[in-house]
Ligand binder design. Structure first.
Ligand code: SAH
Length: 402
């Protein structure tokens, strides 16, 4: 669609304020009227211009049905959204990773595009060696997937030879886009990636998210630092990232727990890949709360709690905070004196202060002496756009429990 016939959506008076501060979301309530796809000459995923009440054009974005009606791609009136736009943005994303030293000889798994944090709302790209896994969270990015895939392969330094598209579960169900998970470019080239020198099998075909949680890389390295001689419990282990680092750091024993049997076998495979035949590791497919209830007090002196997002939406906030409090209370009750607790929340709806308060209540309930050693977040390849504070989603505390 060329610039002249692009639909213009008008904001109600005063609703341009957050956009003028470069916040990339336009909520449906901010529009004078939410257009009806199919009727108003507009379809979900189309490019639209957004105008202030006085008619001033603010920028261009992807339209979709839902509480976020437009995700802004540019605040430059003259910037056209075409293949060279994606090429520029992807190159900027790569330049940042280059600044971070990613990839290198020890780390080939990292995030290249972190949605709003890379000025590409609705798009996530994780890199595993020669393979890029692309995830669209908006219909607009779904329609742009072929261009994105091609432009990824144009970043010659990355040498991406295979692009897997995985958006069956991330696109709005009602948009009926029928997005099939499949290779857009190339085919399977192997599934072993490196993170801080450790090897991981990444199953993007069947795994959660893009197959691996690349956002815990720095925090796993911190676990490695504290593991020597300790008895480690890695709760919600998924592919066993923290377990492998703990073994590498010289843990006396490591127990990995996840309710999913599939996760347990992925963990065992990754442990075997790095430490064949190592008898320090055991894994159990069971519910986290059940394991902690049955666990002998003092058994473990390093515990990692990295649960799935308890609150997917703001409406679930109260229950989520209760969940964090209950889970952490059990860990405080059972961790050995002199123990170290790594506790995380990846719920975007829960902010840092709320999470800290939930952990604080859990600590008080146990009456233990607890001190904060580190306050953790997501790594730098998951940058936060300063105009979009919602992008800071991963929160962690490292606590010393006497
Ligand atoms: N720590 C992991 C990521 C955790 S993802 C990493 O570093 O890669 C969350 C995991 O929690 C999933 O594997 C899921 O199967 C598991 N899970 C969800 N509910 C659970 C429960 N009640 N008890 C145990 N595991 C659970």
């Amino acid at each position: 669609m060329n610039k002249t016939d692009m639909p213009v959506l008008n904001l109600r008076k005063g609703k341009e304020e957050s956009l003028d501060r470069f916040h990339p979301w336009v909520f449906s309530g901010a529009l004078t009227r939410m257009p009806e796809p199919g009727k108003d000459g507009i379809e979900e995923g189309d490019l639209v211009k957004v105008a202030a009440a006085d008619g001033r054009i603010i920028g261009t974005g992807h339209f979709q049905i839902g509480s976020i009606a437009v995700r802004m791609l540019t605040f430059d009136q003259n910037e056209t959204i075409d293949s060279s736009f994606y090429s520029r943005r992807l190159r900027e994303a790569y330049t940042l990773r280059q600044t971070l030293g990613l990839p290198d000889n020890n780390t080939t798994a990292f995030r290249l595009v972190h949605g709003e944090g890379d000025f590409l709302p609705g798009l996530v790209v994780d890199i595993y060696g020669p393979t890029a896994v692309v995830q669209a969270h908006s219909p607009g990015m779904h329609f742009a997937r072929e261009i994105i895939a091609k432009e990824l392969t144009e970043i010659k330094e990355l040498d991406i030879r295979s692009v897997y598209y995985k958006s069956e579960t991330t696109l709005p169900y009602k948009a009926q886009l029928d997005a099939r998970n499949d290779y857009i470019i190339g085919s399977f080239l192997g599934d072993t990636a490196l993170e801080n020198g450790l090897k991981f099998r990444v199953d993007w075909l069947r795994g959660q998210k893009t197959g691996f949680f690349v956002d815990q890389r720095d925090n796993r390295a911190l676990v490695r630092r504290y593991s020597a001689g300790r008895s480690v419990l890695n709760m919600f282990c998924y592919t066993g990232g923290f377990s492998v680092y703990a073994l590498d750091g010289g843990a006396r024993e490591v127990v990995s727990v996840d309710s999913s049997a599939k996760a347990i076998s992925l963990t065992e495979a990754n442990v075997e890949l790095n430490f064949p035949g190592d008898t320090r590791h055991a894994a159990e497919a069971t519910d986290a709360f059940k394991y902690l209830d049955n666990m002998e007090a003092g058994r473990h002196d390093l515990i990692i709690l990295d649960p799935p997002a308890f609150a997917k939406h703001r409406s679930a906030l109260h229950n989520a905070l209760q969940g964090y409090r209950r889970l952490n209370a059990r860990a405080f009750e059972k961790i050995a004196p002199g123990g170290i607790l790594f506790t995380f929340s990846c719920s975007q709806a829960v902010n840092r202060e709320q999470f800290r308060l939930a952990v604080f209540s859990a600590a008080a309930q146990s009456r233990r002496k607890v001190r904060i050693l580190h306050q953790l977040t997501q790594p730098a390849d998951h940058p936060v756009n300063i105009y979009h504070p919602e992008g800071e989603y991963l929160k962690g505390l490292v606590l010393y429990v006497e």
